[in-house]
Design a protein around this ligand. Sequence first.
Ligand code: SF4
Length: 131
Amino acid sequence: MVFDHRRDMFEVARGFAHFFAHESCGFCTPCRIGTELVVRRMDKLAAGYGSLFDEAELDELQGLLHGTTHCGLGATATNPLRDTLMRFRAAYERRLHATHFVPAFDLDAELGPARRVTGRDDPLAHLERYG
Ligand code: SF4
């Protein structure tokens, strides 16, 4: 496949990740679970919650799927991830906003109902956004 410089190679790889997770037949665990974990991590980066932790997890997942799946679909499912991590790492790195794990959702916003129940909305009832 040929792309020019206008294509975001992270998004190309994310499209492949969704495709392979959908195509996985589910017979073996590394492919069934691994392809879905790759999708979730890449969606997390796309949503603005990426960290070095997620990048390391993606690296580990692509290695795991290459050696443990039952058929060629699973074994090659992370080739786009592997190749873009190797050749277009900057496309991933600009989506990494923290050095440590951050949740894939706004944890402080999720605690809003608890704050309403307790009647608290002071600064100590909020979590800082990790960054
Ligand atoms: S590697 Fe092959 S057999 Fe295993 S879940 Fe994926 S598609 Fe099915």
